[in-house]
Design a protein around this ligand. Structure first.
Ligand SMILES: Cc1ncc(COP(=O)(O)OP(=O)(O)O)c(N)n1
Ligand SMILES: Cc1nc(C(=O)O)sc1CCOP(=O)(O)O
Ligand SMILES: [Mg+2]
Length: 205
């Protein structure tokens, strides 16, 4: 399975309506601290927009809602994974991405046979406090070797300027929040991300 090399992460269906029509093909809806009914409504809107534009929608954290709303992809962290019902997730046909931050988490993740693993934070991130130091680029090639055929997503502090290093080390996809959502021109920055990942998108079979 190939993942799009540009993996956008946003916290609302408004962002999805704004940026997906520009040509983004892989997006995660990552909403915190809202009620289930509000999140379900956001998922429905996001799903409709992604379907209209041929984009893949990944739901963060809310695995029950992802099942109920008939979604295709889910992302879980290690704490999320410990509480989730993997059999129910798989029975619903959901593809699954998992976060990893150290070798023990990578082993746990690979044992769950995910559809991708994410490594982070590659660089310092301003989005949220993290208990892991920045991993650095070399860690990406270590993870790639260990993950084998499982696609690898790099995340944390990524910018357009940092993409060549991330892909040179073997990442299949680069995930981003603030380089786009806190940019003075989110649409312009999204177009730069699409252009900067075009070579990676066209690679191989
Ligand atoms: C692609 C991707 N990688 C990592 C994360 C982080 O997930 P998690 O560790 O569960 O933290 P929260 O995002 O839920 O705060 C992610 N969401 N997406
Ligand atoms: C949500 C998240 N998870 C991470 C991890 O390492 O698991 S880093 C991260 C934040 C990504 O945002 P930005 O692109 O703004 O740094
Ligand atoms: Mg989570």
């Amino acid at each position: 399975m190939r993942l799009d090399p540009f993996y956008l992460i946003v916290d609302s269906a408004d962002w999805i309506d704004r940026l997906i029509p520009l040509g983004v093909k892989l997006v995660q809806l990552r909403i915190k601290d809202r009620s289930d009914s509000e999140i379900a409504a956001e998922i429905r809107r996001a799903k409709a927009t992604c379907a209209a534009h041929g984009a893949t929608l990944v739901i963060n954290d809310y695995w029950r809602l992802a099942i109920e709303e008939g979604c295709d992809w889910l992302h879980l962290g290690q704490e999320d994974l410990a509480e989730a019902d993997l059999s129910a997730i798989r029975a619903a046909g959901l593809k699954l991405g998992l976060s990893t931050h150290d070798p023990a988490e990578l082993s746990t993740a690979l044992a769950a046979e995910p559809d991708y693993v994410a490594l982070g934070p590659v660089y310092p991130t301003i989005l949220k406090a993290m208990r892991w130091a920045p991993q650095g680029l070399d860690r990406i090639s270590e993870w790639k070797a260990a993950a084998g055929d499982v696609p690898l997503v790099a995340i944390g502090g990524l910018t357009v300027e940092r993409l060549p290093g991330v892909f040179a080390q073997g990442a299949d996809s680069a995930a981003v929040v603030t380089d786009i959502t806190r940019n003075a021109d989110p649409e312009g920055r999204t177009r730069q991300w699409i252009a900067a990942t075009a070579g990676q998108r066209g690679r191989g079979a």
